[in-house]
Every structure is written in structure tokens, then in C-alpha cells.
Design a binder for this molecule. Structure first.
Ligand code: XUL
Ligand code: CO
Length: 437
């Protein structure tokens, strides 16, 4: 049975096509800088937004039309697997991501939840073997259930900590069963409401303790996916410990986790932290910790995580440039952690929204590749810093030949003669625009 009988597998038809169920820019096999678009982009569909989001908001009830509801929660869960793989195949997307609670009902007890997970992951495995579609990452949802109100790894209650550990252990077992390439930790409630009653250091020590158990268990079962921490500054906790890439790197380094953990960076989380997405990618890249990305975009007029499908070509181009400079994103990928707007409530919007995101990333990739080939940014940067290697004093500082006293002598002798150069930044931005169309 088909959930989208009216839609064939989406094909590349070029930008003149009038067919909405076609790619206008994403051409999977097209070679860009020596690799196919498919190899560069490693797209993934997120189970939660695609299969379980109902379109409700704090002011309105569920609105999304979905045809996979069955007579029981388990029947619905199985129908969702079928529909999900149909979406992946029709889009030609080769990876997917999920939280444990997205795929299987929680049941009445931990035993029932784990048994449901076993049954559904058996079905997912069959579909993966049939289609060749792979698991980019899975994760444990340790933020929705009331027990996690005060955190999971950072909880004030060791019994909640044990429950979280059981969920993570199962997550790793599932990752092994489905050969997950990465495993994600987004600390949805690892933060605090008020410092008045919070022992910040104690809580972060305990999160790190859990991560060390994860590394030991992965070694024990002989399955080591790339572990990723996903920073986010606020929502749901007022303050989240993994605020942004730099803060999360400080945590990773403080606890000696850099050999096993990298970052999963999300565009809307970056902007909530007051950064551009490319800033977050650059920080991670410079630490050698750019693991994977959650592709979406926020709304600059709103202060929360709107998780919109990415359609802004400039932002995506700058993000893709960082990925190209990183030498690619594998074993990570580009996961659409994005949901259709409440006004896009039809089933087919799930396909249209992903096509929009994939086309935008294809354009971003093409533009970024051209910028790289032309040496656009390299030229600007080498010009901007040219004086360092182009003058005796610059070279001398860089080769550590100088100290405060010698530089003071230099400043007294030359300081008033400094000649600054304009950056002509408006001209640069206008030239950058030429790459986007
Ligand atoms: C929440 C978010 C999560 C993580 C996985 O803002 O991005 O969906 O990606 O838990
Ligand atoms: Co995310």
C-alpha cells in the first residue's frame, strides 16, 4: 500500500520545470568539485517532524492530515515505518534520524517500551535491507517525559539518572543493530531554571560521567558510532549547558571527551544563541569537531526555535562553504530537523518541503563550490592579512622574535605612521550576491 500514490519518485527536471514534485537544482549524480551532490550532501529525514508532528501549537489543536493512523498505537507505529520509507525512497534520501519515542509507543512500563522498540526496529531493519537506506543517527528522548523535568544526566535524582542510562543503553543497542553511523545527545533539559538551587558543577560532572559510561559500553558491544553533542542555548531550560559550539567544546575538553565526541550543529540553534550558522560551523571546524548538521532555519522576528525548512540561499551557501572547507561532513550528514508550517497541513507538503530544502542545499553547494574554485574568500583573507607576511615587523612577530619592549621601541619609532586600508565591504557583499543567482 502507498501513502503517496499520486507522487512518483522525485526526479531532477531543472529549473524551468513547472512540476512541483521535481527537483529544480538537486541532481543527485551531478559532480561538483569531484564528488556527486549525493555524496556531498548526505541528506537525512527526521522521523519526529515528518512522522509524529501534528501541527498543533500552544493556541491551536492538531491540524495535519495524516493517513497512517491505525487501530492501536503499535499499528500506527508500523504504518509510520512504511510511510517513512516511502518518503525516503520517493525523495531519493539515503539517511534518516530518530528519537526512541518517535518510532515506538512508550507503553505502560520500561519493559513494554523496550519490547516495542525491538519490534519496530526489526521492521525498520527489514526496510533498510530492502532499500539500502542507512541510519545517520538515533538518540534517546530524555526531555519529553515528566520524569526528566529536572534533567537526565544533570538530574537531582539518581533514579532518573538510572532511567536515562537505560534509555541510552538501548539507544546504543539499536545503533548497533541498525549500524548507526553517528549517535546524538541533545541535552533537552540539561540546564537550569534558576541558579538559586542549582549546583552547576555537580550537574555537568554527572553529564560527563554518563558520556564516559557511553564510551565504555560502546567499546564493550564493539560498536562505536561517531558521538555528537548538539548545542542549543535555550528552550526548554532557561539556560542550557550546551549553549553553543564554543561552550560545548569547553565541556568536551574539560572532561577529556575530544577523542570520541564531535558536534551536531543546528542552524536555528545557532541563531537563538546570537550567532550565524556559519559562525558555529567555523568554531567546530577549527576545533576539528564538525560532526554533522541539523538543517533548518529560524525566523529572525521570533525568539524561539521555529525549525523551518531551509530556503535561504545565502545562509545555506555560507554553511556549505564551511562544510567544503572541512573536507566534507561524512560520517555526518545534513539532517532536515525541520517541520512544515501549520498552514502546510497536507500529506504532500512533507515531500514539497523536503524538495525545497534539498534544492536550496544543492544551490548552496554549487555557489559554495564556485566561491571555493574562484578563491573568493581566500583572496579577501590573504589581502586583509597581507601586511603580516609582507613586512619585516609582521614576519618578526610571527616568528616570535619580538617582545613587549622591542615592540614598544618599534611603536615609538613608527606608530604614528600607520596607514589603514579600507575593506570595501559593501562591494564585497555585492560581488558575493553574484554567486547566489
Ligand atoms: C531540539 C532538537 C532535537 C535534536 C535531537 O531543538 O534539535 O530535535 O536534534 O534531539
Ligand atoms: Co536538532
Amino acid at each position: 500500500m502507498s501513502y503517496f500514490p499520486q507522487v512518483e519518485k522525485i526526479q531532477f527536471e531543472g529549473k524551468e520545470t513547472r512540476n512541483p514534485f521535481a527537483f529544480r537544482h538537486y541532481n543527485a549524480e551531478e559532480v561538483v568539485l569531484g564528488k556527486t551532490m549525493k555524496e556531498h550532501l548526505r541528506f537525512a529525514v527526521a522521523y519526529w517532524h515528518t512522522m509524529t508532528q501534528d501541527g498543533s501549537d500552544p493556541f491551536g489543536m492538531a491540524i495535519n492530515e495524516r493517513s497512517w493512523f491505525g487501530k492501536s498505537e503499535m499499528e500506527t507505529a508500523k504504518n509510520r515505518v512504511e510511510a517513512f520509507f516511502e518518503i525516503l525512497e520517493k525523495l531519493g534520501v539515503e539517511y534518516f534520524c530518530f528519537h526512541d519515542v518517535d518510532i515506538a509507543p512508550a507503553g505502560e512500563s520500561i519493559e513494554e517500551f523496550m519490547a516495542n522498540l525491538d519490534e519496530i526496529t526489526d521492521l525498520i531493519k527489514v526496510k533498510m535491507d530492502e532499500t539500502g537506506i542507512k541510519l545517520l543517527w538515533n538518540t534517546a528522548n530524555m526531555f519529553s517525559h515528566p520524569r526528566f523535568n529536572n534533567g537526565a544526566g544533570s538530574t537531582n535524582d539518581p533514579e532518573v539518572y538510572a532511567y536515562a542510562a537505560a534509555q541510552v543503553k538501548k539507544g546504543l543497542d539499536i545503533s548497533k543493530k541498525l549500524n548507526g553511523q553517528n549517535y546524538v545527545f541533545w541535552g533537552g533539559r540539561e540546564g537550569y531554571e534558576t541558579l538559586l538551587n542549582t549546583d552547576m558543577k555537580f550537574e555537568q560532572d554527572n553529564i560527563a560521567r554518563l558520556f564516559k559510561m557511553v564510551i565504555r559500553y560502546a567499546g564493550k558491544i564493539g560498536h562505536k558510532p561517531q558521538f555528537l553533542i548538539e548545542p542549543k542555548p535555550k528552550e526548554p531550560s532557561k539556560h542550557q549547558y550546551d549553549f553553543d559550539a564554543a561552550t560545548t567544546m569547553a565541556f568536551i575538553k574539560t572532561y577529556g571527551l575530544e577523542g570520541d565526541f564531535k558536534l551536531n550543529l543546528e542552524a536555528n540553534h545557532a541563531t537563538l544563541a546570537g550567532h550565524t550558522f556559519e559562525h558555529e560551523l567555523r568554531v567546530a571546524r577549527e576545533y576539528g569537531a564538525l560532526g554533522s548538521i541539523d538543517a533548518n532555519q529560524g525566523d529572525m522576528l521570533l525568539g524561539w526555535d521555529t525549525d523551518e525548512f531551509p530556503t535561504n540561499v545565502l545562509d545555506v551557501t555560507l554553511a556549505m562553504y564551511e562544510i567544503l572547507e572541512n573536507g566534507g561532513i561524512a560520517p555526518g550528514g545534513i539532517n532536515f530537523d525541520a517541520k512544515v508550517r501549520r498552514s502546510s497541513f497536507e500529506m504532500e507538503d512533507l515531500l514539497l518541503a523536503h524538495i525545497a530544502g534539498m534544492d536550496t542545499f544543492a544551490r548552496g553547494l554549487q555557489a559554495a563550490a564556485k566561491l571555493k574554485e574562484d578563491g573568493f574568500f581566500n583572496e579577501l583573507i590573504s589581502d586583509r592579512y597581507a601586511k603580516w607576511n609582507g613586512t619585516e615587523i609582521g614576519k618578526s612577530i610571527l616568528s616570535d622574535q619580538e617582545d613587549l619592549e622591542s615592540l614598544t621601541r618599534y611603536a615609538y619609532a613608527h606608530g604614528d605612521g600607520v596607514k589603514l586600508k579600507s575593506s570595501h565591504i559593501e562591494h564585497v557583499k555585492s560581488r558575493l550576491n553574484d554567486y547566489l543567482v
